[in-house]
Design a protein around this ligand. Structure first.
Ligand code: NAG
Ligand code: NAG
Ligand code: NAG
Ligand code: NAG
Length: 383
């Protein structure tokens, strides 16, 4: 974590004195002018909604007071990241109405995987906007945004400056769906583990290509404890012996941890290969697992039960997901409604987290406590 500044060499004494009171924020703050995000539903701010149908109410109810393209009652971790950097919430690249990309763009869509899947979205639910496609969209955006920005007029204030592409924070939260995709094809855990190197190879390729387009600061979330989510607990047969003492499905969490271990190694390799990059790995898995397993201590309830859903042990039914309606006596009624108080709940809809949980997760990761190297968000442009 040696600062890469000439100025340290020139005024080491002065700088070290200045640095004393608050070493992490005062001098080295990055002032990221933009964020470019890549991912799945954990960070989708409207991509899937724009392309394949809007997330229905009550999504968005707590903060936006109507659906806002997010699978949550409110803000996502990426929204708290943007807020904390003094940047506007990210518009989805695929959203052609009302978008403003002056401080970045979001390429994530719900259901995205790193590797392209060989199934359609209607067959399997996985988005065709896999990470390789997200990169193509980013690259196209990079090139064309500059052509249009030069034309001035309305585009001047809707598109990022060229410099922003090298100064921006590039954020990633993707991989969870690559793991579940194998299980959906009835693969064993061993078979899923066997393709993880291929998944991470494709992930690395995208990081290299973004570096090739000038990207330097990479903020990469690992994948969460998917075995603690109702959509997994409800769908897959897990034996009693495979349920941990908190009620989570161990095989799924083990595969997530295996992915994370390999991801961490992959990033160590990329740091060697891309000398000007700052690559931060964030252990979101540990933060989410702590939240779920120590829910009460942290002011939350029913960590394994969806707030918004319909029936069953986990208040989750994959045929009647959050917002699902039914016609009763000729009248349409919502049968998968929100719980009374999402602010004390962790799981929103069986797959995603509530705004309250997302805020808590953001607060844990922002100061670098779960980062490798251990640097905070605000200084994550410096390796
Ligand atoms: C899709 O099929 C191709 C060709 O058989 C294969 O190489 C690729 O690994 C498959 N992708 C996935 C995600 O299974
Ligand atoms: C886009 O957002 C930026 C930052 O919030 C703002 O300064 C700019 O005026 C907006 N552009 C338009 C055309 O509204
Ligand atoms: C997986 O197994 C289930 C149960 O045997 C079967 O219904 C389903 O068609 C299988 N799926 C695939 C993709 O082979
Ligand atoms: C980071 O923030 C969390 C949440 O506010 C706090 O519990 C933790 O002690 C902080 N860690 C450090 C190293 O400042």
């Amino acid at each position: 974590m040696e600062p890469k500044y000439m100025i340290y060499g020139i005024f080491p004494l002065v700088m070290s004195m200045l640095l004393l009171p608050s070493p992490t924020v005062s001098i080295t703050k990055c002032n990221f002018p933009a964020i470019f995000n890549f991912g799945d539903s954990n960070s989708d701010t409207g991509g899937l909604s724009a392309a394949f149908g809007a997330a229905p109410p009550p999504n968005g109810e707590t903060y936006f007071h109507s659906p806002a393209g997010r699978y949550s009652d409110g803000r996502l971790v990426i929204d708290f990241i943007a807020e904390s950097l003094g940047l506007p919430y990210l518009s989805a690249y695929l959203d052609s109405v009302g978008s403003n990309f002056s401080h970045g763009a979001n390429f994530a869509t719900a259901g995205s995987t790193i590797r392209p899947q060989n199934t359609t979205i209607s067959q399997s639910g996985y988005s065709p906007i896999s990470l390789d496609v997200q990169f193509v969209q980013f690259s196209d955006f990079h090139r064309r945004s500059q052509v249009f920005k030069k034309q001035g007029g309305i585009f001047e204030n809707l598109l990022p400056k060229e410099d922003y592409f090298s100064e921006a924070l590039y954020t990633f939260d993707i991989g969870q769906n690559d793991l579940t995709a194998g299980y959906k094809l009835n693969m064993t855990t061993e078979q899923v583990k066997a393709y993880i190197p291929d998944v991470l190879g494709q992930f690395s390729n995208v990081i290299r290509k973004i570096y090739g387009e000038g990207g330097r600061s990479f903020w990469i979330h690992n994948t969460g404890p998917v075995g603690c989510l109702p959509y997994i607990l409800d769908r897959y047969l897990v034996t009693a012996a495979q349920i941990d003492k908190y009620g989570c499905a161990s095989p799924f969490n083990e595969v997530a941890q295996y992915f994370n271990l390999r991801l961490k190694e992959t990033l160590a390799q990329l740091r060697k290969e891309l000398p000007e990059a700052t690559i931060t790995y964030i252990d979101v898995y540990s933060v989410k697992y702590t939240l779920i397993t120590q829910a009460q201590e942290n002011g939350f309830q029913d960590p394994l039960i969806a707030c918004c859903g319909h029936g069953g042990k986990y208040n989750f039914n994959r045929l009647m997901k959050c917002g699902a309606k039914k016609t009763v006596n000729g009248k349409e009624i919502v049968i998968a409604k929100s719980c009374e108080d999402p602010t004390v709940r962790i799981n929103w809809d069986g797959v995603h987290y509530t705004e309250a949980a997302n805020k808590w997760i953001f607060q844990q990761i922002a100061n670098g406590s779960f980062s490798d190297p251990p640097i905070s968000l605000k200084i994550s442009c410096h390796s």
